[in-house]
Design a protein around this ligand. Structure first.
Ligand SMILES: C[S@@+](CC[C@H](N)C(=O)[O-])C[C@H]1O[C@@H](n2cnc3c(N)ncnc32)[C@H](O)[C@@H]1O
Length: 310
């Protein structure tokens, strides 16, 4: 079920929403002047989880462009936005209250932030693009929001550098949510946990289509690069906290980690299989909890609105 399947994306959506750092969303809202219609990109959007989380929290009117290489995901994103009858690249009509965010599910775990202005008009457009190729296909414009959730750990340093240079060229606001940072804590502990985690993290750095992946280093690389480009940055952990009630998500993760670990180190197969059996037994008994480390990062060009809300 893992990878990028729609089932997996649906399963993780409420967990992502509960994990995301609210201060980062608040900062984004402060950076978007009310009344100014903003073009917002969601790269590697999947079925649209990121826009469902962010759009209701922002005070400014938004024109979202959802980008993914998977046409099925984009179709699902349009369906969830109430635009299933629309053809590719048409999206919902631009507009005011009536276009709004009609039909969009606001996910569990993302209640409105106190004191935030009411939701503004939102339009949704989709683009089927292989982002690993020519980034010139992204029609970024001055002051756009460029966001991505659960994407950054898949990309390479060279690719991310190219993207951030493009962001700087148009003074985009940048928001990367839910970037895996290499931390995995399992309860109850097992002597093999650290070995399996290290293999998973090695696997994270293999090529996911963008060149050698940054994996757990992605969030810190992005932050440092943005600061080199004279961006102000703010980051915070957005860890998943999986309890025994999240048994299905836990099972998918454990199986996926064991598979990845064996793929990167076939000699560790026996260790990983034993580890998986023990972990699934804890889960079966309702005794397993897992914390997965993620980072949220927001960045805005220094000098533009150094004092958000000012
Ligand atoms: C882990 S999923 C995250 C999806 C979504 N952002 C979310 O938070 O639910 C990664 C997404 O990146 C997309 N993706 C992977 N490689 C891509 C590429 N080369 N070009 C465009 N999208 C890509 C996948 O199709 C998938 O939807």
């Amino acid at each position: 079920v893992t990878g990028f399947s729609a089932e997996w994306l649906a399963m993780r959506e409420p967990i992502d929403a509960a994990a995301r750092d609210r201060a980062i969303a608040r900062r984004l809202s402060e950076l978007l002047p009310p009344g100014v219609r903003r073009r917002c990109f969601d790269l590697g959007c999947g079925t649209g989880s990121n826009v469902r989380y962010l759009a209701p929290l922002l005070g400014a009117p938004q024109r979202w462009v959802l980008v993914d290489s998977d046409e099925q995901h984009l179709r699902r994103a349009r369906e969830l936005a109430g635009g299933s009858a629309m053809g590719e690249d048409h999206g919902l009509p631009e507009g005011d209250e009536a276009a709004g965010i009609n039909g969009m599910r606001v996910v569990r775990g993302a209640p409105p932030i106190d004191g935030m202005p009411a939701m503004h008009a939102t339009s949704i457009d989709t683009r089927c693009i292989d982002l690993a190729g020519d980034l010139g296909q992204l029609e970024l414009e001055e002051g756009a929001l460029v966001s991505a959730a659960a994407l950054l750990d898949l990309v390479s340093a060279a690719w991310l550098t190219r993207l951030l240079d493009r962001c700087r060229a148009c003074d985009a606001i940048v928001l990367f949510a839910l970037t895996y940072d290499g931390r995995i804590a399992l309860e109850p502990g097992d002597p093999a946990d650290a070995a399996v985690r290290d293999l998973v993290n090695r696997h994270q750095r293999t090529d996911k289509g963008f060149g050698p992946a940054l994996g757990p280093a992605a969030a810190s690389f992005a932050r440092a690069r943005l600061e080199d480009l004279q961006y102000r940055t703010q980051s915070a952990p957005s860890d998943w906290r999986l309890e025994p009630a999240d048994a299905l998500v836990q099972e998918c993760l454990l199986r996926d980690w064991a598979r990845a670990a064996v793929e990167i180190a076939p000699a560790a197969q026996e260790l990983c299989e034993r580890w998986l059996r023990k972990r699934l037994a804890h889960l079966e008994r309702g005794q397993s909890s897992i914390r997965v480390g993620h980072q949220d990062l927001i960045a805005w060009p220094a000098g533009s609105r150094d004092q958000p809300g000012a």
